[in-house]
Design a binder for this molecule. Structure first.
Ligand SMILES: [Fe+2]
Ligand SMILES: [Fe+2]
Length: 136
């Protein structure tokens, strides 16, 4: 069983966004497996880097749609994205410098952040952005 299972409660009903959320969750699951299997530092480092890059890509997709359709909640939503990207940057840097190990606490943090963000914040933009064109 995967660390995070996709379920309908994570769907916001906009396919291109749901697909990106699935990919983010898959990357956290890959990180979890790598930790459990005790994969080499370079392998885990590369997974972390990919997670960071894909997170930025996904957030920028959402933010471009916020701009295009002038989403009313964009300011606070973008702040939340920025906070998480900053945290992911710190995690990556600390991991690369050897001052952080990938732990279940860290995986839980990523899991909670992503799943809560989807269910609380991303869901809020659905009434304004549903049916609009969002580039994936
Ligand atoms: Fe978001
Ligand atoms: Fe999202």
């Amino acid at each position: 069983m995967a660390f995070i299972e996709w379920s309908e409660k994570l769907s916001i009903g906009i396919k291109v966004i749901d697909d990106q959320h699935k990919k983010l969750i898959e990357q956290i699951n890959i990180l979890h497996s790598a930790m459990r299997e005790g994969k080499a530092k370079e392998v885990v480092g590369a997974i972390l880097e990919e997670l960071r890059a894909y997170t930025k890509y996904h957030f920028s997709n959402e933010e471009k749609a916020f701009e295009r359709y002038n989403y009313s909640g964009k300011m606070s939503h973008i702040q939340k994205h920025n906070g998480f990207v900053k945290r992911l940057g710190e995690i990556t840097d600390q991991y690369n410098s050897g001052s952080l190990v990938i732990s279940i606490n860290l995986l839980d943090f990523l899991n909670n952040w992503i799943t809560e963000h989807i269910q609380r914040e991303d869901r809020k933009y659905v009434p304004e952005l549903s049916g609009k064109e969002i580039n994936g």
